[in-house]
Design a protein around this ligand. Structure first.
Ligand SMILES: *Cc1c(COP(=O)(O)O)cnc(C)c1O
Length: 224
């Protein structure tokens, strides 16, 4: 194996072992947890060893960057799944629906409507997560926690989106556990099953709180 391929395999194995340990430590429910490898800022050449090592689920935070990076990789690995994990503008909805397989950042009616229209046009009914601004932070994307349940309902009934779960990024510099627990409670109240929460620094805590998807960037690809 080339060095880069070997180190991709080692890093994936290490993260997967930690995921499995966290999943077992906190006991039932023991649903599988999906690793979303966050490849933002890394080139296709840097990503390819992870595909070669068997990773198939990736996250990108910018439509433009994904559009440049992923079509070539997808030709080689048609079974990969690409998640949009960054904020979306409605004028990018068409490109987002073309490039991504899962949208994790639905957070307002305007985006929900634009995505629904483009999905209908493209006949691609992508699974979506509603992003919740779980810390109520001024500068952060996401629907407010107190509006989340009603917004999920509107996404389903008004926009006919396939909402599968909730996603959050908790405030920096605070213990994330209570925020993850809050998101899990909101998901139960909203009647959605999946929870995208936890990044390099806190994914084990997220798994303890019921994450079904963790989004790990720097622990796999290195510092950005
Ligand atoms: C960059 C990013 C991540 C990954 O963060 P790391 O700390 O590098 O693991 C996860 N989620 C979102 C929304 C991101 O933008």
């Amino acid at each position: 194996m080339a060095d880069s391929a070997e180190s991709a395999q080692v890093r994936l194995d290490y993260i997967r072992a930690r995921m499995e340990k966290a999943r077992r430590r906190f006991g039932p429910p023991s649903q599988a947890v999906e690793l979303v490898a966050v490849s933002k800022t890394f080139s296709a050449d840097a990503v390819e060893p992870f595909l070669a090592a068997g990773q198939r689920v990736f996250g990108e935070n910018r439509v433009q960057e994904a559009k440049e990076k992923w079509p070539g990789l997808r030709e080689k690995y048609p079974d990969l799944t690409l998640h949009l994990i960054g904020p979306l503008q409605s004028n990018k909805a068409r490109e987002a629906v073309a490039v991504f397989d899962v949208i994790e950042t639905v957070d307002r009616d305007k985006i929900a409507g634009a995505l629904a229209a483009e999905m209908a046009r493209a006949q691609r009914n992508l699974p979506c997560f509603v992003q919740v601004n779980i810390g109520g932070e001024e500068q952060k994307a996401g629907i407010g926690a107190d509006e989340a349940v009603d917004f999920v309902r509107r996404c389903r009934t008004v926009h006919a989106l396939n909402i599968v779960g909730l996603m959050c990024i908790p405030p920096e510099g605070q213990p994330p556990g209570p925020y993850f627990a809050h998101l899990a409670a909101l998901a139960r109240a909203a009647g959605v099953e999946q929870l995208s929460m936890g990044m390099s620094a806190d994914f084990e805590t997220a798994i303890a709180m019921g994450a079904t998807h963790i989004r790990v960037g720097s622990a796999l690809f290195g510092q950005r």
